[in-house]
Design a protein around this ligand. Sequence first.
Ligand code: CDP
Length: 238
Amino acid sequence: MASGKIIIAIDGYSSTGKSSFAKIVAKGLGYIYADSGALYRAVTYFAYTNGFIDEKGEIDKENLAKVLPKVEITFRTNKKGDSVTCLNGSNIEKYIRTSTVSSRVSQIAEIPFVRDFVNVMLRRMGQDKGLVMDGRDIGTAVFPNAELKIFMTASDQVRAMRRFKELQEKGEKDTFESVLENLKQRDYIDSHREKDPLTRAKDAIELDNSSMSFADEVEWLNNILLPNFNLKVEYPVE
Ligand code: CDP
């Protein structure tokens, strides 16, 4: 049985509940949580607000490549204890989950130099292990040697409904159909890009959470963690 801190890589399609689950797992293990999608969203927001994406959606890759190395994206913990994404020191968390960013993020994320830029930051976070990271290529490309890899799935309708409700709670005006359409588009681009496409790692364990509660998911995970790594996710954590 392995002991000590491990890296848990959680990959899967859009809105499969990866980040909610990853946060619960990190909290329950006392690990760091990292949302790799937030970095792609932050780059997209940067590109969008600095004129590197025109109204037709064309990306000025040449000039983006020149400035990207100077861009600083960090995670900070706010007063509530939540991790927020910062761009050059400013909190941009509320701008990166909008439909404007969602509609462009997969085109930005398929650019190889963007992926290289993000991967450097992601790998740094895993240096001391004790990390739960969610994304599309964490178990295949970012941490191919992660001790535990989970590939999450859920039906299209369930995924779109989850995201739709999340957006409604934030006061966004998106329709259910537009949310579903965006998920399908991103899934397509994410799984067909040349560099590090979204695919299930051979050694990933699949978790279909279409009809599971968070407590069910934690129980499922503990059944793997306890015998193999002598680890247990505490849930709920005060
Ligand atoms: O929250 P949701 O599952 O909808 O997406 P996200 O995790 O915030 O990721 C946003 C987008 O970033 C994805 O649709 C991918 O295009 C890209 N991404 C990626 O290419 N590789 C990752 N490791 C994480 C996200």
